[in-house]
Design a binder for this molecule. Structure first.
Ligand code: EPZ
Length: 421
């Protein structure tokens, strides 16, 4: 397993271009199952999770080709509607093939994703939504066995605005008979991007990005390839990670290639803490800020503070003047970065789903272990400002969701060495 050696403290300077969003790319690639023709993409990020879903789609017979920046997926003919445990266990987002498979073929056998480090992550909201649309679903030997003659449009009301469930039902609704309305839908920008991709194929969708989404079902022959290759939105979570890195290192960094209004709440919190930055159309120019103060933050579904930026924000909170509170309301076990940060000298107390963070003068380098994707990012941020060298183990977690992060940070002046293991 690769390790990263990061030496600090450093001050980041320069510009970084953000890659396309992992959490928009995954559902959009799954949605190609609906399209009986080649679909062209530009700028698909080179991430482990993306290669996993591409492997899964290829295992079902989808043809895929990639040259410099163009990626083409051709789902004219699928040879299987089975998503095997061997692939699904490495990435739970594989469950996103369920809705499109059922919609197109009336049958799907998808391994239950199982939990992951941050929580049990059930899929009950996905399954009850599909049952509402007429699917018969059984769980057999760890697989979701789903079938239906033809999905029917329905009003599907979610008990919680689940991102994945919203995406699965949206995709299922494309080839269902009649209209589907999703009430209490997730409103994340990645939902909006999936809708934009489907609309580019000729699907009629209203309300994406709001809590009520309406999709008109259609025949598969009515789907048409869009004229231009599709480019997925910039990754707001990666952008926030670099913005926080710049603030923590008191650097001057231009973070571009994403939409700042996708980070409105986060930027408000950072501003209130005293961070200095300018907001452009598709960039944030971070400026060196003097002392920052603590904040009270609670993670919430969009447009609230994103759970995927919780760990990175806690890294920043560890070094401000004063105390902060971070409350995690989305996942039940998303503080695994805390014990590692304590080893670097952070002062954090956990009480249930709340963390009390007392700002310290500085952190010190130490050997630490990645446990999940965003926790790994937080450890890198701490290592950039810690005095001495930090050895970061199990960086495969990081490679799932950050494209060339060590290269990008090195270009900004970080001292990072990757040792292949
Ligand atoms: C998506 O996961 C993201 N992943 C996650 O990003 C992100 O943290 C999460 O949304 C919340 O924003 C992708 O988009 C690939 P949810 P998802 O369904 O769809 C519970 C990252 O770091 N729930 O909104 O799985 C669930 O257990 C990853 O990039 C049910 O109970 O999130 C969790 O507590 C991590 N039943 C909460 O809802 C269900 O059927 C949020 O889950 C579905 C979800």
């Amino acid at each position: 397993m690769d390790k990263l050696y990061v030496t600090g403290p450093v001050q980041l300077q320069g510009e970084v271009e953000i890659s396309s969003a992992k959490n928009a790319t995954l559902p959009i690639l799954a949605a190609t199952i609906l399209c009986p023709y080649p679909v062209e993409f530009v700028g698909i990020p080179d991430l482990m999770d993306v290669s996993t879903i591409l492997k899964l789609l290829q295992s079902m017979g989808i043809k895929f080709s990639r040259n410099d920046s163009m990626t083409v997926l051709d789902a004219t003919e699928l040879t299987s509607q089975h998503a095997d445990y061997s692939l699904v266990k490495t990435m739970r987002a594989s469950v996103l093939v369920l809705g499109p498979l059922l919609a197109r073929y009336g049958v799907a056998s998808v391994s239950l994703p199982g939990g992951c480090a941050i929580g049990a992550r059930p899929v009950d909201i996905h399954l009850s939504g599909l049952e509402k649309m007429g699917a018969i679903i059984e769980i057999e030997n760890g697989y979701i066995k789903a079938r239906c003659d033809k999905l029917k449009g329905a009003v599907v009301t979610f008990p919680f605005p689940s991102v994945g469930a919203t995406e699965n039902i949206m995709m299922a609704a494309v080839l269902a008979e009649g209209e589907t309305i999703i009430e209490n839908a997730a409103m994340e920008p990645e939902i909006d991007d999936l809708a934009d991709f489907l609309i580019a194929q000729g699907v009629k969708i209203q309300g994406a990005g709001t809590s009520r989404i309406t999709i008109q079902g259609m025949k598969i022959s009515e789907l048409k390839a869009s004229k231009t290759p599709y480019r997925v939105i910039g990754d707001r979570i990666e952008a926030a990670t670099f913005i926080i890195a710049a603030i923590m290192t008191k650097g001057k960094v231009k973070v571009s290639g994403f939409r700042p209004h996708h980070l409105e709440f986060v930027l408000d919190v950072l501003k209130k803490m005293g961070a200095q930055f300018e907001i452009g159309e598709n960039f944030i120019q971070v400026l060196p800020s003097q002392s920052l103060k603590g904040a009270m933050v609670e993670t919430l579904p969009f447009p609230g503070f994103p759970t995927d930026i919780q760990a990175q924000m806690m890294a920043l909170m560890s070094l401000v003047d004063g105390n902060s509170i971070m409350t995690e309301t989305i996942f039940e076990n998303r503080f695994m970065h805390v014990p590692e940060m304590l080893r670097m000298g952070a002062k954090i107390q956990l009480k249930g789903n709340a963390a009390l963070i007392e700002g310290v003068e500085s952190l010190s380098g130490a050997p630490v272990m990645c446990t999940d994707l965003r926790a790994s990012a937080a450890l890198i941020l701490c290592a950039l400002v810690a005095s001495g060298t930090t050895e970061i183990q199990r960086v495969y977690h990081l490679d799932r969701g950050y494209e060339k992060i060590d290269e990008k940070l090195t270009n900004l002046g970080a001292k990072i060495q990757r040792v292949k293991g």
